[in-house]
Design a protein around this ligand. Structure first.
Ligand code: ADP
Length: 229
């Protein structure tokens, strides 16, 4: 198995591409979904967050008020660091669990949909390919304003708070150009899908896994023989 990182900038079209890949049958792990899952009530991360941030960050139904928490960490880098130190290990554990499940089911690759892939850089060393969904700045701005109902100033502020999309494009091994029509993007997604399906890179990890299992099996047999003789 090999891992493919999928990322982009706000409103560049990452979710659109991710959905198209899922429709083609690709296994996709969405880091945002995982991030929500690991802070569900009574999970270890949930308990730690309540312990450090207080019960005032909870909604009436006991769930974490993500908006409130977002506002707190927005104005305090220290609190952001604290929150990340609580959630990131849990997110990585859960992602690893899901990757392992796909591996055991025999999938050749898994796509990791991670908005801040190049900002945190924690995962990049495990990835065989990185895909950036790119669109030109004017298109990104207008799509963001339209999707989230933002003024031009608000949208520019959100885009400005991220790593420039051009920079991400430079770091990727594969770029999907999403400034044009959805059909044009879909054609590129189809090409990427074919490339991933045809890739033999999964064989490396599978061979390592088979060798490891065979090695352990041999060791076990030798031990049994020694004990019996
Ligand atoms: P992201 O996940 O990167 O934030 P989205 O996939 O949500 O971005 O796309 C942002 C907005 O632009 C959405 O409203 C989406 O429907 C729209 N969109 C994405 N790609 C295209 C395209 N090729 N043509 C027209 N609209 C698009």
């Amino acid at each position: 198995m090999f891992l493919v990182g999928l990322t982009g900038g706000i409103a560049s079209g990452k979710s659109t591409v991710s959905s198209q890949l899922k429709e083609l049958g690709c296994p996709v792990i969405d880091a945002d979904v995982v991030a929500r899952k690991v802070v569900e009530p009574q999970s270890p991360a949930y308990r730690l967050i309540v312990q450090h941030f207080g019960r005032e960050i909870l909604l009436e139904n006991g769930e974490i008020d993500r908006q409130k928490l977002g506002q707190i960490i927005f104005s305090s880098p220290e609190k952001r660091k604290l929150l990340n130190s609580i959630t990131h290990p849990e997110i990585h554990k859960e992602m690893f669990k899901q990757i392992l499940l796909y591996f055991l089911k025999g999938y050749r690759y898994v796509v990791l949909d991670v908005p801040l892939l190049f900002e945190t850089r924690r995962l990049t060393r495990f990835l065989t390919h990185t895909v950036v969904v790119y669109c030109d700045p004017a298109t990104q701005l207008s799509r963001l304003m339209q999707r989230d109902g933002l003024s031009q100033e608000e949208a520019e502020q959100r885009i400005g708070a991220q790593m420039p999309l051009k920079e991400k494009r430079g770091l990727a091994s594969h770029v999907i150009e999403n400034s044009g029509s959805r059909e044009d993007t879909h054609r590129q997604v189809l090409r990427l899908h074919t490339k991933l399906e045809d890739s033999m890179e999964f064989l490396v990890i599978r061979a390592i896994a088979v060798a490891a299992v065979a090695g352990l099996g041999g060791l076990f047999l030798c031990t049994v023989r020694l004990l019996v003789s």
